[in-house]
Write a protein that binds this ligand. Structure first.
Ligand SMILES: Nc1ncnc2c1ncn2[C@@H]1O[C@H](COP(=O)(O)OP(=O)(O)OP(=O)(O)O)[C@@H](O)[C@H]1O
Ligand SMILES: Cc1ncc(C[n+]2csc(CCO)c2C)c(N)n1
Length: 246
């Protein structure tokens, strides 16, 4: 049974028990509060092209050198010149990958893979953004994480409104901190023909019920406030999302 802890917003993490975390900042709006929590709980920081503009703009100019990313990567058609010049002048590698068959998100995940090979250790990946905005980009995030589940167990997308990730086929226990998550959540059968779902800990639980894009989709479900865990059994991979409290 896989155990997933919804602890990616915590800043106090014991390195013996939790893998290192890589933060990939996408070109999407986010609040300063969310940014600071994710930045301080990550050991490696990367901006996907125009994500560097978001980092530059969210930090006060006097504080900017305290928040230098380890890498800026992409086809570099969105990063502003002033932003590029600032980070280059402070020694940040700005890597252009002009490939037009891969997105800036994919280019940054491949940079995390290179880092893992170099350091011979694994990172959890947190994407800041990618679940809203342009529909093609949003569906790309859903599709890419669905495909990545085969090689990478822990990659999450976080926005001011939601956290989400793919639960692979099997059983999962999700530990819920109700001060951070809820009340709404969803189980979204994206990228599969159908799955058989069973759950506990939700207001509208399912028991061996088929879920498919063409049939039942559990949206606007609720976490039960008195339950500390949600248990989910799914025969095929499914996207799990929960609302982030502000
Ligand atoms: N409007 C959006 N909605 C959702 N995600 C976005 C949006 N814009 C950018 N992103 C995410 O941020 C990454 C960097 O975006 P950027 O704007 O720099 O490049 P892009 O040219 O729009 O995207 P790409 O080159 O990856 O197709 C994208 O790869 C994508 O994952
Ligand atoms: C079938 C197909 N559809 C779209 C694109 C375009 N595209 C996909 S990723 C990317 C890079 C964006 O920075 C671009 C332009 C393609 N190459 N192949």
């Amino acid at each position: 049974m896989t155990s997933w802890k919804t602890d990616f917003l915590q800043t106090q993490i014991t390195s013996e028990t939790t893998p290192k975390r890589a933060l990939v900042i996408l070109n999407q709006p986010f609040s300063e509060g969310l940014f600071l929590r994710l930045w301080s709980s990550s050991q490696w920081h990367c901006c996907a092209d125009g994500g560097a503009n978001r980092l530059f703009d969210v930090v006060d100019s006097a504080q900017r050198t305290l928040f230098l990313p380890d890498l800026i990567k992409g086809d570099l058609d969105s990063i502003r010149n002033d932003v590029k010049d600032f980070y280059i002048s402070h020694g940040v590698p700005v890597v252009e990958d002009a490939d037009q068959d891969s997105t800036d998100l994919m280019k940054c995940v491949s940079a995390v893979q290179d880092l893992e090979t170099e350091q011979q250790s694994e990172y959890d990946i947190v994407l800041l953004g990618g679940l809203s905005g342009r529909l093609d980009q949003t569906i790309h995030t859903l599709s890419y994480l669905h495909k990545l589940r085969k090689t990478r167990k822990r990659i999450f997308a976080v926005t001011d409104d939601n956290v989400g990730w793919v639960l692979d086929g099997g059983e999962h226990i999700i530990h819920i901190d109700h001060s951070i998550l809820g009340p709404t959540c969803g189980l979204l059968p994206v990228g599969i023909a159908s799955t058989l779902l069973s759950t506990t800990g939700l207001r509208w639980n399912l028991w061996n019920q088929p879920s498919s894009f063409d049939g039942l989709v559990s949206t606007s479900n609720h976490l039960v406030p008195t339950e500390d865990t949600v248990w989910i059994r799914t025969s095929n991979p499914i996207w799990w999302t929960a609302e982030l409290r502000s």
